[in-house]
Design a protein. Structure first.
Length: 171
């Protein structure tokens, strides 16, 4: 059963990487052309979102809680304070080394989303958990044109919206 979950997780992660690689270029163009509204209102001390906002995907930060995209495209994000019902949470970020863009390196880095980072955040290993994860990754275009080196790990509960963080959820 665990092997099936691992294969499903890796297939899901691979599909998400392929999707985000294919679609994040759209967010770069939207950012250049004015998509999203920049950044959300944030608490000065904690950096947490204080008001629901539609932001540019490049303004999404570690700890942000957001609504799932209605279209499945990663162009911008509807963020909300984490104490309000939401679909997803950015729980981990990986900064890629400079150099040439490599889809293989981005895929390898994305695997951290279901490794130790996941276990530390949720409190149990990914294979023992019911929660789901996908990465938001750089594309060739965002890497080259916007110096995008961040892989963001996004967690959600397939049972529906959550209120508060999934940190320590242990499920």
């Amino acid at each position: 059963m665990m092997k099936l979950r691992t294969r499903r997780a890796l297939a899901l992660a691979g599909s998400a990487v392929a999707l985000s690689v294919a679609l994040t270029g759209c967010s770069a163009l939207n950012g250049i052309l004015g998509g999203g509204s920049g950044d959300a209102d944030r608490d000065e001390d904690t950096g947490q979102v204080t008001e629901s906002s539609n932001i540019d995907i490049f303004a999404l930060k570690l700890g942000d809680c957001k609504m799932a995209s209605a279209t499945g495209l990663i162009e911008d994000a509807d963020v909300v304070p984490c104490d309000q019902p939401h679909d997803e949470e950015v729980y981990y970020e990986i900064t890629m080394d400079d150099g040439e863009f490599s889809e293989e390196n981005v895929d390898a880095a994305s695997q951290e989303c279901i490794g130790d980072a996941y276990t530390s955040f949720v409190g149990i290993a990914f294979n023992d958990s019911v929660l789901e994860v996908y990465p938001i990754t750089p594309t060739q275009q965002t890497w080259d044109e916007l110096n995008d080196r961040i892989v963001q790990c996004v967690i959600s509960d397939p049972a529906g919206q959550t209120t508060g963080s999934l940190k320590g959820a242990a499920r």
